[in-house]
Write a protein that binds this ligand. Structure first.
Ligand SMILES: NC(=O)c1ccc[n+]([C@@H]2O[C@H](COP(=O)([O-])OP(=O)(O)OC[C@H]3O[C@@H](n4cnc5c(N)ncnc54)[C@H](O)[C@@H]3O)[C@@H](O)[C@H]2O)c1
Length: 308
């Protein structure tokens, strides 16, 4: 199993590290345009192999796509991250050009690759990869909901004062501060509804804290977060590589599902060796449906800025 990670920055390197630590891939190729950067990160990570007991080979390269040839899965993290006060949508100008260029290079050397898009604005970048590569829709996946759901579970456990392994919850919709929809109605603690333990206003606070999860960290760190994004990507990569049939909310191309068409947005999907093997329907309330339509309208507005 060969995995390429494009962008050896904060998220790319974290993603390569978690993939290696989980020890399911034979090779991880880390590619960046900054001279020597990916080679340096790869060497540093390889020097953790004996300490962390993994056998995955991590190789760095400065822009040499021939080294990525035959990749089964490629992750695109290349592009600029947001700074405090910025929205993800503001990154489109620079990142669209990078994502378009990177995805076409990847496919030249790995025509059967499955691409996971991380660069922001992620739903729009995922849509761009659909529009420009011609890859089948099941092989283009946007990572956002897996991270947002992990942040949701963190906030739920905080409110419930319980271990995170006791809670479950899912975030759907656009990967943006205003567009994401934490499904508080369905969140659980050991199979019991979280709403049985938390007052409405506390659950509402959990929802709001989740939505600004990325912005909160960007303010604290001065740039966007990387540990949880890297871990979330590694979960998606492992589900595909190991054919786990695991459910994650991911940005998927919708063609009528959820009454949406010609858009990539976060909905629950089953990930296995075929990439997105199924889009899972959720019985939403009218209010949730309305929120999803609003979220989709905002994503479509950003998609409209693409030069296709
Ligand atoms: N989808 C999510 O949930 C999520 C979460 C966190 C960050 N992000 C996004 O991921 C992206 C990366 O964030 P980061 O914090 O790792 O940024 P970073 O600046 O640390 O790393 C980005 C790397 O991309 C490289 N790069 C730029 N152009 C390239 C090209 N054409 N080819 C190869 N490499 C190139 C840069 O040299 C840099 O090393 C940002 O767009 C950020 O907004 C998304």
């Amino acid at each position: 199993m060969k995995v390429t990670v494009v962008g050896a920055g904060a998220v790319g390197a974290s993603c390569a590290e978690y993939i290696a630590m989980k020890n399911f891939a034979s090779d991880v190729i880390l590619l960046d345009i900054k001279e020597g950067y990916a080679e340096g990160k790869a060497m540093d990570l390889m020097q953790t192999a004996s300490l962390n007991a993994f056998d995955t080979r991590i190789t760095g390269t400065t822009g040499d796509y021939s080294k990525t040839a035959g990749s089964d899965i490629a992750v695109i993290t290349s592009g600029i991250p947001r700074k405090p006060g910025m929205t993800r949508e503001e990154l489109i100008g620079i990142n669209a050009g990078i994502v378009k260029d990177v995805s076409s290079n990847l496919i030249k050397h790995s025509p059967d690759v499955t691409i996971i898009v991380v660069s922001n604005p992620m739903d729009t970048m995922t849509y761009l990869v659909h529009k420009t590569t011609g890859l089948p829709k099941n092989r283009i996946i946007g990572m956002g909901g897996a991270l947002d759901s992990a942040r949701f579970k963190y906030r739920l456990a905080e409110a419930l004062v319980c271990p995170i392994s006791d809670v479950d919850g899912m975030v759907i919709g656009g990967h943006s501060d205003t567009g994401m929809i934490p499904l508080t109605r369905l969140a659980t603690r050991n199979s019991l509804l979280a709403s049985e333990f938390l007052a409405e206003d506390r659950l509402e606070q959990v929802k709001e804290d989740t939505k600004v999860g990325g912005a909160t960290l960007t303010k604290l760190l001065g740039t966007s977060a990387w540990y949880a994004p890297g871990a979330a990507v590694s979960g998606l990569v492992q589900a595909i590589a190991c054919d786990q049939k695991k459910m994650f909310p991911c940005s998927a191309l919708l063609e009528g599902e959820y009454d949406l068409d010609d858009i990539c947005i976060g909905v629950p999907v089953i990930l296995g060796k075929g990439g997105i093997e199924k889009i899972v329907p959720v019985d939403l309330t009218d209010a949730e449906k309305e929120k999803l339509q609003e979220s989709a309208a905002a994503v479509k507005k950003t998609n409209g800025l693409l030069e296709l």
